[in-house]
Design a protein around this ligand. Structure first.
Ligand SMILES: NC(=O)c1ccc[n+]([C@@H]2O[C@H](COP(=O)([O-])OP(=O)(O)OC[C@H]3O[C@@H](n4cnc5c(N)ncnc54)[C@H](OP(=O)(O)O)[C@@H]3O)[C@@H](O)[C@H]2O)c1
Length: 155
């Protein structure tokens, strides 16, 4: 697909990776970006192509409303609620492991979309997650749970 002139919707677009996606789409020539956030008053991008909308991805009423309002989109970036490797945003501020920058992830994924591939991986950890989810989901869920519990344990 072409990003130039596309109409896109980005969830969680008020900060972090979602904000970087909105900015990357605008830089790449998107005609309109529906910038969705739980609180659309927090959308701070000044560009006439940006249309803020209210969308909590866990609210069925919000999702239905967004579908009705944004019938014309050709690209959905459902950023709120995805797994990725560590990306340098508020969410990973406490993480000392290597992190990708939000703009690095955005450039990589928009270029992948334009080249027509159906899977885009920004780093080795995303490749690992994709393989585990598709081949060994139950074991991977247990691995994630264990890692979460370990991270919550007092040292
Ligand atoms: N950064 C990383 O290392 C990392 C690692 C693994 C996965 N991810 C995933 O990457 C995505 C973006 O996260 P980020 O790194 O940009 O984190 P972030 O800087 O903490 O931003 C999170 C964004 O998601 C929004 N959000 C949270 N719950 C939402 C909901 N129910 N409905 C709509 N929006 C919601 C937040 O909105 P509010 O301002 O309203 O809270 C905020 O805009 C998330 O799906 C996250 O799970 C990130």
């Amino acid at each position: 697909m072409k990003i130039q002139d596309c109409l896109a919707l980005v969830t969680g677009s008020n900060r972090g990776l979602g904000l970087a996606y909105c900015e990357g789409l605008l830089r790449a020539g998107a005609a309109r970006v529906y910038a969705a956030a739980r609180d659309p008053s927090k959308i701070g991008i000044c560009d006439s192509r940006v249309v803020p909308i209210a969308l909590d991805v866990t609210s069925l009423a919000d999702v239905i409303s967004a579908v009705q309002r944004c019938q014309d989109i050709s690209l959905l970036i459902n950023n709120a609620g995805v797994y990725a490797g560590y990306i340098d945003t508020d969410m990973s501020a406490h993480v000392t492991a290597p992190k990708a920058s939000p703009s690095q992830v955005v450039e990589c994924s928009l270029a992948g979309l334009e080249s027509g591939v159906d899977r885009i991986f920004a780093d080795d950890s995303a490749v690992y997650v994709d393989q585990k989810v598709r081949t060994d989901r139950t074991a991977f869920d247990a691995e994630l749970l264990q890692a979460w519990e370990d991270s919550q344990s007092p040292c």
